[in-house]
Design a protein around this ligand. Sequence first.
Ligand code: B12
Ligand code: SF4
Length: 476
Amino acid sequence: MTEQRDGEKRVLLIFIQADSGVDGTSRLDGASAKRGLFSSIKESALSNIIRRAQFAIPPLSLMILSSQQVEGVSQTICDLRFEKLPLDRHWDMAGISVQTGAVKPAFELARALRSRGIKVVLGGPYVTIFPDRCREHGDALVIGEADDIWREVQEDLLGGTLKAEYRVQTFPDLSIDRVVGKSALDIGSYFTTNVVQTTRGCPYNCDFCNVHVMNGHRLRHRTIPAVLREVENFLKEDKRIFFFLDDTVNADELYAEKLFRELIPFGISWVGQATTALGEKPRLLDAFARSGCGALLVGIESLADGSNHAHQKFHNPAARQAACIKNIRDAGICVYGSFIYGLDEDTLDMPRMLEEFIEETGVDVPGINLLRPIPGTGVFDRLALEGRLLHSPHDHDAFRFSWGQEMLYRPQRITLQEFIPSYTALTGRVFTVQNALKRAMRAPRLRSAVLMFNLLYVHMYGTARKDLMRQLGEIG
Ligand code: B12
Ligand code: SF4
């Protein structure tokens, strides 16, 4: 930590820990607090392992902001998943990244900081989508992707002219090279700090997602030389695995093939997110495998076209899914298959289909999610109109982050009384220690990681089942 120089303004950039979800599952009813000391210690230790082992990557948003440097301003990142707020030091301004499911803790933190005289700037997905709900909680709002405008905010802080609102008028042009550095990060806290985004925006329109709302439908690319330079620079400080954070790293197949072919000589290993269509593109698959791709998260969602189509997801024809997944695994890449049970058109047959599919294709890590209507998504608005949300649509805190732990809406074709037991029975069968061992043994690579993930899921889905069964009891 550098000493404050005369006149220098100090900015703290804060990433919030969610109460649950991938930040470490904990019971929604606070049951651990009511249980014995041993159970509580065990739960908090497991939560810690989940947080660190699973998704311990830094927030790229705050790395990007802290790399926009203005003379006379110093910036530090505080990741509340791993660190306490450094309130023993002086801060002139705090920037909080507000995600939709963690609005309450973000606003509480903003209030606490403002009461100490620290200026608070709010930005991130929730602020971009719901600026009016954020206004009273910050001294300034940044609406939209802040890559370039953050410089203006810092200059205004220096000049004492901070404005109440900074609105990004057009999406930043990613072909302009902006160097991302790690100087504001505590590198040792993370599993890896090599997080890279090559494109932004999503051409698809899935109604349970709001990436296309925040980042637009047009895919914006960084230049390949800029990405290669970033990988080279990052490797100097951290030799660990790379996470490509693009929502769909194969969205532009020509670009992706060129990029990953050029990355082959770097000898990195990497993980990312892709569509299953990759399995039908042998050249691209080859480029991915040879450039060090170890695992891909693919959003399969439903195995019934009708269910995916009901949610505006048209790019995953069910009949081709199994072959695609097998091809990806045959290329030596592990598959994290992300499913959603409870989509409109799903029936009580879906659990059996999912189980058979996971078995047949050998998905290495299955994630069986509940549909989460996130405020600001198409599905949220539709379910609200149809009167199917279980909470008032105005109460965004009720739509918090959690881990398959609670139903937030009524499925279309299945009653809640039938749905909850069928979901818990499904996760009870899929996530067993025996299945974890089996999946690890047959994984094309990264066997210990596959084992660890599956074992964590045995625990996390077990916790989720308790919460769901409690909810079922309350529904009656
Ligand atoms: C990598 C990732 C993660 C990582 C890292 C988290 C992170 N946010 O950096 C991990 C695995 C930890 C994670 C966890 C979760 N994630 Co996530 N994640 C992503 C992903 C794929 C990329 C994020 C990213 O780096 N984007 C690139 C950066 C540059 O964009 P950005 O974060 O939006 O930041 C820009 C602006 O928003 C703004 N900005 C952001 N913060 C701030 C702060 C200030 C002060 C200012 C001025 C501006 C600003 O400027 C930035 C630069 O342009 C996104 C999808 C996406 N395309 O964004 C989902 C996404 C952010 N995740 C999402 C969700 C739901 C989750 C979880 C709840 C999952 C779960 N069930 O547990 C948890 C929540 C964890 C938490 N504590 O908040 C949702 C959020 C929905 C929403 N509207 O808020 C997204 C959008 C995915 C989706 N399809 O809906 N996630
Ligand atoms: S879920 Fe993935 S493919 Fe669908 S809109 Fe969101 S980012 Fe795009």
